[in-house]
Every structure is written in structure tokens, then in C-alpha cells.
Design a protein around this ligand. Structure first.
Ligand code: AMP
Length: 280
């Protein structure tokens, strides 16, 4: 596996593989775990060349968020990425991605970026779509792999690709969880042992709502209350949002009549966790 920091070298290296090679791309912010590795393994099984990027993107962090403290470990990441089948690890610095004076952004407007994480992180998705668009321009992938863990990000990126007729297939990958149900996240290392224990409530509360929905309850208000009440039993949990929305558009719904997304964001101390399930 080659580790490359420079855009021209990356493009030349990809070209050296020859023409008509299928390029799979997995963008990440690093500190890799089994969730990331599942994306890399899938990309590697479906493409000739698998490019993984590690870039903690400053423009998707708001003031006071965890950009500075976001966990980083390139050596470990390189070992894991290679083991999962990556051919190229693209590890640019911010100056490489955002040249001096850069002032161009890609923004998906509307409810899809205003709800859920968009309401407490107003500039977040503009940063995400700008950097993903930039990375797509650099790597020119045929397929790009994203986790359902970041369900809103996935929906926003799919919309950007559709709206702008971008020539890339977005592949959605299921959430990888710890054996006890906690969704894997690079941010989980920020949890102290008691927070880690209480954080289990995210998947448990979502599952409780799913079980109720399976018995025939479709009222979103009731299902949301089940989730919130469950999370609020944990004294260290501070809810950012609990919502159930149309799965494809992220529009508000009153009853579940088509696939729906139940999504939560909860703070434990300085660590903000997200999780979701699809009700379909
Ligand atoms: P991040 O490094 O957090 O930006 O994540 C990079 C990619 O990995 C995104 O597409 C995430 O949705 C995906 N990802 C993160 N955690 C998981 C997980 N637990 N299961 C599956 N995919 C994940």
C-alpha cells in the first residue's frame, strides 16, 4: 500500500495502474475501526484499485467542536487499511485540499441539511459536501463507500451526486457495532468507562422503538417518546435530538407508512454520539 500526501502524485499513481481500472474510494477521518474496515473490504472486493483517504476536514467542524482533539494515529491506520485491502492511502494536509485563498463551496440546501445534525451543527454539511466533492475530483472514483452510521451524511451525499450528475456510484454500507450494540465510532475513545456503559442506551432505545413498531405502532410521536424516555433513564446522557423522518427525503412524518429513519444524537460529557435504525 502506498501512502501519498500530494494530489499530483496520487493522480499519477492511479494512472500507472492502467486504463479502465475500477476505482473504489473510501473517504474517512481516520482513527480506523471495524466500521471503516468493512467499507474498505467491500471496496476492495468490488474494484481494481481501492483508495482510502484520511483527512480530518476542518471545514466540517464548528467553533468549539472537537477538531483539535479528534483522535489521530496514522501508523495504526496505515496497518489496518492495508490489512483490509487498501492499495493507496491518501493523507493530505489541509493546505493540499484547500489551496491558499480557496473560497468555493458545495452546499446542498433544504430540509435534508437543516434537520438532525444540521440544526446543532449549521455549517457541518457544507463542509462535508465541499470536501467530498473535492476528494471525488481528485480521486475520480467509480464507486464511493459510505456508512449508514452517518445516515444524514449519506442522504446528503446521494442528493449532491444526483443533483450535480456526478459520475460516481454511492454504495451504502450497514452499521458495524460492538457485540453489546454500541455503534463503532472513532469518538468512542472519548467515553470514560461509566459513559461507555450508559452509551449502550442509544442502540437499546432505538431497538425498543423498532420492536414497538414491529407490533404495529406507527405513530411517530409515540415511537419518539419511547426512544427519548429510554435515553433519559441514563443520567449522563444529554439528548441533542431524537427524530423519525422519511428515510429517503428526511422530511418530517407523522405516521410510518414508508421506510423511515429513526436517528439520535446524544452527548456524554464532551463526546457526541449518533446512531440510527431504518424502519422498513
Ligand atoms: P468518519 O471517519 O467518521 O468520517 O467515517 C468515515 C466513513 O466510515 C463514513 O462513511 C462513516 O459513515 C463510516 N463509518 C463510521 N462508523 C461506522 C460504523 N460503525 N459502521 C459502518 N460505517 C461506519
Amino acid at each position: 500500500m502506498k501512502i501519498i500526501k500530494n494530489i499530483d502524485i496520487l493522480r499519477n499513481t492511479i494512472n500507472e495502474y492502467g486504463e479502465n481500472k475500477a476505482i473504489g474510494f473510501v473517504p474517512t477521518m481516520g482513527f480506523l475501526h471495524e466500521g471503516h474496515l468493512s467499507l474498505i473490504e467491500k471496496a476492495s472486493s468490488e474494484n481494481d484499485i481501492t483508495v482510502v483517504s484520511i483527512f480530518v476536514n476542518p471545514t466540517q467542524f464548528g467553533p468549539g467542536e472537537d477538531f483539535e482533539t479528534y483522535p489521530r494515529d496514522l501508523d495504526r491506520d496505515a496497518r489496518l487499511a492495508e490489512g483490509a485491502g487498501a492499495d493507496i492511502l491518501f493523507f493530505p494536509d489541509a493546505r493540499e485540499i484547500y489551496p491558499i485563498g480557496a473560497s468555493t463551496f458545495v452546499e446542498v440546501e433544504g430540509a435534508i441539511t437543516k434537520k438532525l445534525c444540521g440544526s446543532s451543527r449549521p455549517a457541518h454539511f457544507k463542509g462535508v459536501t465541499t470536501v467530498v466533492n473535492t476528494l471525488f475530483n481528485i480521486v475520480s472514483p467509480h464507486k464511493a463507500y459510505f456508512g449508514q452510521k452517518d445516515a444524514q451524511q449519506l442522504a446528503v451525499i446521494k442528493k449532491m451526486v444526483r443533483d450535480l450528475h456526478m459520475q460516481v456510484t454511492i454504495v451504502a454500507c450497514p452499521i458495524v457495532r460492538e457485540t453489546d450494540g454500541l455503534a463503532l465510532s472513532s469518538r468512542n475513545v472519548g467515553l470514560n468507562p461509566e459513559e461507555r456503559k450508559q452509551a449502550l442506551i442509544l442502540s437499546q432505545a432505538l431497538n425498543r422503538a423498532r420492536n414497538l413498531w414491529k407490533t404495529g405502532e406507527t405513530d411517530v410521536k409515540i415511537l419518539k417518546a419511547v426512544i427519548s424516555d429510554g435515553i433519559n433513564t441514563m443520567p449522563l446522557a444529554d439528548i441533542d435530538y431524537v427524530d423519525i423522518l422519511d428515510f429517503n427525503t428526511l422530511e418530517a412524518i407523522k405516521k410510518i407508512e414508508a421506510p423511515a429513519l429513526a436517528a439520535v444524537a446524544v452527548r456524554f460529557g464532551d463526546t457526541r454520539l449518533i446512531d440510527n435504525i431504518i424502519l422498513e
